[in-house]
Design a protein. Structure first.
Length: 238
């Protein structure tokens, strides 16, 4: 550990941006993540924990994310899903929406709701029970939602649309992208849905990312129920 409190690391060229990646898995990753997150405005970098820092895919320019009409994108994805549904949904895996309902309503911030950054730090501490050999990556972005696009994280999903969705969820739910492991991604949520109906609406958005977390194994209603009051959202693409 250097005098600055940072472990040995290296810079890596991105698309007009330079990432910093620790050379080895870091000790005390939760504390280091929290310190780097607190200094994000001064450094211009936001931290993410990455168990497999070599798992890079194509990057996505942020101006492409800027140009995405999220509601229209998800409605188009929903129409494609409906067109592809040929078999009866006997296992209850599909969303029970006959029409596209639009984006899920936000949960407004108030003095009673927790601070999103404190929730993110608490989620990182919880995730360390599941993550092995965490490297620290510092990403030059203004919001956590843009981290997947800039690191070139690879998963079987439309990366620009996913980052546009995470931007919207930062605003609507106080969400923060905090960690990757292979094709899994974790998001902290300060203001999760509190009712089954609202959670089902949010779960529909999850479904349209193509995540295998729900599509292959979990009935839609069961998955949605798990979002009620939940401060961690996990996504996985095979």
């Amino acid at each position: 550990m250097s005098e600055s409190g940072m472990p040995p690391g290296r810079t890596v060229d991105g698309p007009g941006r330079r990432l910093w990646i620790s050379d080895e898995p870091v000790s005390e990753p939760a504390g280091l993540w929290a310190r780097c997150h607190e200094r994000r405005d001064a450094t211009g970098h936001r931290p993410v924990l990455f168990s497999w820092p070599s798992s890079h895919g194509a990057t996505c320019p942020l101006d492409e994310v800027d140009g995405i009409d999220l509601d229209a994108e998800l409605e188009g994805a929903w129409r494609e899903e409906r067109a592809d549904q040929q078999e009866p949904d006997e296992d209850g895996l599909l969303p029970p929406f006959a029409e596209w309902p639009g984006l899920a309503p936000p949960v407004p911030a108030s003095p009673a709701t927790p601070d999103p950054d404190r929730v993110a730090a608490a989620v990182v501490r919880r995730l360390l029970k599941r993550l092995d050999d965490c490297h620290l990556v510092l990403v030059p972005v203004e919001r956590n939602a843009d981290i997947p696009a800039v690191v070139g994280w690879g998963a079987e999903t439309a990366l620009g649309r996913l980052c546009a969705l995470f931007r919207s969820r930062e605003d609507r739910f106080g969400a923060r992208v905090v960690a990757f492991q292979g094709a899994r991604l974790w998001v902290s949520v300060a203001r999760p849905p509190a009712t089954a109906g609202h959670a089902a609406h949010v779960a529909l958005e999850h479904f349209l990312t193509g995540t295998d977390t729900m599509r292959e194994f979990t009935p839609f209603a069961e998955y949605a129920a798990g979002l009620v009051g939940g401060h961690v959202w996990e996504f996985w693409w095979d």
